[in-house]
Design a protein around this ligand. Sequence first.
Ligand code: THU
Length: 130
Amino acid sequence: MSLLDEAARVRLRAHTPYSEFKVGAAIRSREGNLHLGCNVENIAYPEGTCAEAGAIAAMIAGGDTRIAEIAVIADSPDPVPPCGGCRQKLAEFADGDTPVLLANTAGKTLRTTVAELLPGAFSATHFKKD
Ligand code: THU
């Protein structure tokens, strides 16, 4: 199954009673494993988590360290753009040239990279002295 198919599969498990906007994300880690995430909403709205954040959490909990590729899908008019917070998270767990495949459920796709989504990302290199 392709990374996008995996993202579409986990999207169906999203918990979205408030927005009814289901998002799925699938990561292939540098270590070669698959990690999935979907958005999980909460009545305290800001406490909800995005699909990308869930997939990153699964990757770290699974013992892997870096994103080699990610696919994200939602039922949006155009390929779903990751929110600002998720762009920052992607920039922290992937290199700038890491491929990002954005999609909608109608079959539109957009291939981009982490650096295109967040040019000039803030990172730990900006405050580390060594
Ligand atoms: N959402 C994601 O899961 N990923 C994104 O990149 C965009 C937004 C979720 C958060 C919330 O549960 C719903 O979509 C509507 O904002």
